[in-house]
Design a protein around this ligand. Structure first.
Ligand code: CS2
Length: 453
């Protein structure tokens, strides 16, 4: 039997379950990119809020293109099991905060209607780095943005709200971008300036894009995970999500309207997210990418295997403590050495089976904020970054296709380049002046040579 409203009474009593009346709750949030990460993070905090008595924060999930999550969750009335796993075992809970899932490519009007509904206060996003449709110089790539992106749907939803005299929305980016809120705000303004300039003043006055730092390791769910959840639950769950016990959410307290009191359930509402976000991107995500490319090169499959390799462990320590940490202006409550130690423990979690290949995807979108900003900051201090250069070298190898098909928006570009370029030319094309990754990374000759070696 499949998990759903009507079968919940058959749920094994050892599995925790939301305790609120879902049918009495309105939708308050429209979330774009309802993959495993959102279901393990924001939807979980929001479930806790409604469980404690807050009302009308149900989530309408939106997938931009694929119907997979809609097929998993809609027949289950939006219900799914979240399992927090460690060496000690898994602790599971059925989460009730997702009401339904819309597929924007099939039903754009329903998405716009959800954004324009009076009860909606927040539109949030986990659409990954590439979902923001940025050109290499960081500006909005209008061609990409016009093809089924968030911008068109948001512009239409906001236009309807403004015409109806409704309040604006908080646009909450929960992706691993540096200054995610500011970037979304800037890109949204660029879109409106071209497509609906008359809405810009209203947008500026009534909408807000707070910055966030989001953190929870969420491997893609496997068939094996689904079978384990089915035998623990006594019900099949095609939407099951596995994660670690740890979770962190730092949010800039600057909302356009009401929000759940996520801070009561563990989120941290602050005035300045930057030090937390920079530490997370440069240390956690930086180390993750290093483990991914160097770990694959060493023949490993999972993060916990790679971090157990003494050579890779040394590289990760070097990246986090000697290269990234000195570039971060830590907040008073941050201890970067303790943070690095806690990250090592999380990477070593043997129950997660977090695949290196999952982290290796979309390197062109991730590497600037994870590694190149650290490199640039160290250059100002006159310091080298040997661990990052090793990572870049392993990435260059990865995008030659040795680990299987390259999953990256620039994959076609890379394939064409490899046809005529040596590693040295490739390093030049990527990291020379105004190279493929954009920005002014401009690595020097010795650095490029070390990457190409
Ligand atoms: C990972 C992240 O896949 C990746 O690139 O580095 O998804 C990472 O697991 C999360 O940011 C952890 O919060």
């Amino acid at each position: 039997m499949r998990l759903a409203k009507s079968t919940l009474s058959g749920l094994d009593p050892s599995v925790a379950c939301f305790g609120y009346d879902r049918s009495a709750q309105g939708i308050g949030i429209v979330h774009f990119g309802i993959g495993a990460f959102h279901r393990a993070h924001q939807a979980w905090y929001t479930d806790a809020a409604m469980n404690a008595g807050e009302r009308n924060w149900m989530i309408t999930g939106v997938s931009l293109r694929s119907g997979d999550v809609a097929d998993q969750l809609n027949p289950q009335d939006g219900l799914y099991t979240l399992s927090e796993c460690s060496a000690a075992g898994c602790k599971s809970r059925v989460i009730g905060s997702v009401a339904n899932v819309l597929v924007a490519s099939r039903e754009p009007d329903a998405v716009v209607a959800a954004l324009a509904a009076p009860g909606t206060h927040i539109a949030s996003f986990t659409i990954t780095e590439k979902g923001y449709c940025r050109a290499a110089d960081g500006s909005l790539d209008m061609a990409q943005a016009s093809e089924g992106s968030i911008y068109r749907l948001l512009a239409q939803g906001l236009r309807q709200r403004s015409d109806a005299g409704l309040p604006g929305l908080t646009l909450l980016s929960c992706d691993n971008l540096a200054e995610n809120g500011q970037q979304l705000d800037r890109l949204m303004r660029e879109y409106l300036a071209q497509q609906d300039p008359a809405l810009l003043d209203w947008y500026a006055e009534y909408c807000a894009c707070p910055q966030t730092m989001i953190d929870r390791i969420v491997p893609a769910t496997t068939e094996q995970d689904r079978s384990a959840v089915a035998s623990a639950n006594g019900l099949t769950d095609l939407g099951a999500v596995m994660t670690e016990p740890f979770s962190q959410w730092v949010i800039e307290d600057r909302f356009a309207g009401p929000r759940p009191h996520w801070e009561i359930y563990g989120a941290n509402l602050v005035s300045d997210v930057a030090p937390f976000e920079t530490a997370k991107l440069r240390m956690l995500n930086g180390a993750h990418s290093l483990l991914a490319y160097c770990g694959l090169q060493h023949g490993y499959t999972y993060v916990h295997e790679a971090i157990a390799d003494p050579h890779l462990r040394t590289l990760v320590d070097q990246l986090m403590l000697q290269e990234a940490a000195p570039t971060i202006a830590a907040a008073a409550e941050q201890n970067l050495a303790a943070y690095a130690a806690s990250l090592i423990k999380r990477f070593a979690n043997p129950a997660l089976n977090h695949r290196l290949i999952q982290i290796a995807m979309d390197g062109s979108q991730k590497i600037p904020q994870r590694w190149l900003e650290t490199l640039a900051a160290n250059r100002v201090l006159g310091r080298d970054c040997p661990a990052i250069l090793s990572g870049l070298s392993a990435w260059l190898t990865h995008i030659s296709g040795v680990n299987g098909p390259v999953d990256d928006p620039l994959a076609d570009h890379f394939a064409k380049l490899w046809e005529k370029a040596s590693r040295a030319d490739f390093a030049e094309a990527l990291f020379g002046n105004r190279g493929l990754l954009g920005g002014d990374w401009n690595l020097d000759e010795a650095e490029r040579a070390s990457i190409a070696a």
